[in-house]
Write a protein of this length. Sequence first.
Length: 256
Amino acid sequence: MSKHENIHEEIREQQKKLKDRTFREKLSYFWDYYKVHTIVTILVVIVGSIFIRDALNAKEQAFSAIMLNSYGHEYQEMFQNDFAEYADIDLNVYDCVIDTSSTLSYESMSQMDMAVSQKITAMSQTEGIDVMVSDNAPFANFSSGMMFVDLREELSTAEYEKYEPYFYYIDAALIGVEKELVYDEEGMPVIVDESIDHSDPSTMADPMPVGIYLTDSAKLKEWHCYEGFEESPIFGFVFSSGQKEKGHLFLEYLME
């Protein structure tokens, strides 16, 4: 007898066993023999439904910003809605994301810190971020990897004159130059040289403006971002941004 015939014979035998049983007995029999298959099928249907729902409800991203180490997560939704209104973004059609919850520290470099760093790097490679605002250490680290555009090429003449007093510079002459690792007293590598004054281009061989200090930003105060920080956070246009116009509007919004 072939394998195909064996399967049909087994099915007939199972049908004979169920023929004279009550509905409850048939249901119990079915559950005993097919519960694993049933559970798997239900889970597949549920997961598939979720993916389909998300795909149907997905909105095109109109703008995305990361406010790294801002600690303003409690006000993120109001922040997003306020800027969306300012930039005339219809939230019924588009997404406007201003991430105020992500944090990154180089002091301990925990698994969470590594994950956030990798997430930002990956998003910057795929047009996932238009703008990043950060305190000095992360901004210095990401700018050394050329994550931010040269403001001399990005800003209009009027914008350049307006924001030049607040420029954050890196020394382009040092880009790509290998540096010997320096370790602190606890044996941890020093990721960022805190002694560099990024507001002073005269100390650099080839100063390149890549950021703007958000000094006394009323909007950051309104949404409780960077409260208690002694230094001003820094704004940068991410090189891969697909929404440059919205990025300029966001800078204008923050510097009002």
